[in-house]
Write a protein that binds this ligand. Structure first.
Ligand code: FEO
Length: 404
């Protein structure tokens, strides 16, 4: 794909990764892009690089616009490998460029590259760089989502280069939100935002709210948000900012997700009448068989719904392994403002339901107790209990939702 002009003399020069499905263990069924940007001003400036496998692609894109040796500045907003690991190839071709990054970025990048031959300038929150007609403002965003992170604001063009924030793992030939919505849908774009937020940014809601508050307080006008992944927001950047504020504030749909796994279909047989009970109480209910679903999709659906029921058979007195993995993942993501219940089948001692509640409480989530367990296989009487359990949970979710 060739460079795409975002604004006068500002170009996307990144790469599309149509094939990636495993992004450090996070499943990416839609692929992704590595976005970086070239500003052609008196002092040409590159914002970010791309994942090492795609270095030749961004170099080719840049070369169609300028000889790399003419690049004066390289801004590194974030040092994670998908954005910074082609910098050595870039610097080999742009040896006179100065690299701008935070002190924490320098410390981190130093572990990956020999930077002794590079000119490096450490920037602090609020510092600016004039590159000709334009001024770039650097805003540190520590822990959004790494300690090194910052964003860069092109003041005259009102463009925010936001690194991972506001991004999505979407591979598409569309570069902008209005183009993507035409060839796909707003639902798909928003779903990808939820997916990205849930799996990468969920633990940092308070920081996100505070940083957006700072940007608003500083009076920065934003006409375009150019993230390092996926679609660029130009039609209505206020929409994605509001989405972030909502998600950071714990927004969820008044709905239920059931996430379960099963050994001999008994827990699965419980999930069906439970879902019907939820539906009959007037709430939408999505049912996810975890073994057949990427963990990252389950995390997203957990985050989208106010209430989740986790169904697990007991295996060796413990939670079934796929669900144990899911709960471990959620421990790192630190969800808030959600209510959880548990159900499952057991053969003799039991243990899974108890363990799920212990984990939910450790996470600080609201819980709906007691859970529901059946011996070996649900009888007709058990199925009726499952249906009532689903109804009761839906009622509780509705009450809880009203308190958030
Ligand atoms: Fe897309 Fe935190 O890297």
């Amino acid at each position: 794909m060739k460079p795409i002009e975002l604004k006068n003399d500002i170009y996307w020069v990144g790469a599309i990764d149509w094939g990636v499905r495993d992004f450090h263990g996070y499943e990416t069924p839609r692929g992704t892009t590595y976005n970086n940007y070239l500003i052609l001003d008196d002092e040409p400036t590159l914002i970010d690089t791309v994942k090492y496998d795609f270095a030749d692609i961004t170099i080719k894109n840049i070369t169609t616009l300028i000889d790399l040796s003419k690049i004066k500045h390289v801004v590194i907003n974030h040092i994670e490998n998908d954005h910074a690991t082609s910098i050595d190839k870039i610097m080999a071709l742009a040896p006179k460029a100065t690299v701008y990054m935070t002190e924490r970025a320098r410390k981190g990048l130093d572990r990956f590259f020999d930077m002794s031959g590079w000119k490096v300038k450490i920037v602090k929150n609020g510092e600016t760089l004039t590159i000709g007609k334009r001024t770039l403002l650097f805003l540190e965003t520590p822990m959004l989502h790494w300690p090194d992170s910052m964003v860069t604001y092109a003041r005259e063009d009102k463009v925010l280069f936001s690194q991972d924030a506001f991004g999505q793992h979407i591979a598409s030939s569309a570069r902008f939100d209005d183009e993507f919505v035409t060839c796909a849908s707003m639902w798909e774009l928003e779903d990808a935002v939820w997916d990205y937020y849930a799996n990468i940014l969920m633990p940092f809601g308070q920081l996100i709210k505070a940083k957006i508050g700072e940007i608003v307080k500083a009076g920065l006008e934003i006409e375009m948000i150019a993230p390092d992944h996926g679609i660029i927001w130009r039609k209505d950047p206020g929409k994605i900012i509001q989405m972030y504020l909502d998600m950071a504030g714990g927004k969820a749909a008044l709905s239920v997700t059931i996430i379960y796994d099963t050994m001999w279909h008994s827990t699965e047989a419980m999930a069906q009448p439970i879902a019907k009970g939820v539906n009959d109480e007037g709430l939408d209910c999505k049912v996810i068989k975890l073994r057949a679903t990427p963990q990252s999709v389950a995390a997203k659906e957990f985050w989208k719904s106010r209430g989740t029921l986790i169904g697990s058979p007991t295996l060796n007195n413990l939670t079934f392994p796929t669900l144990a993995q899911f709960l471990a993942n959620m421990r790192g993501l630190r969800p808030k403002n959600r209510i959880v219940g548990a159900f499952g089948s057991f053969g003799w001692g039991g243990g899974a339901v108890k363990e799920i509640y212990e984990e939910a409480k450790r996470l600080g989530l609201a819980v709906f107790e007691p859970g529901l367990q059946v011996l070996y296989k649900p009888s007709l009487e058990d199925e009726a209990k499952c249906y009532e359990f689903g109804k009761a949970f839906a009622k509780k979710v509705r009450e809880y939702h009203a308190t958030i």
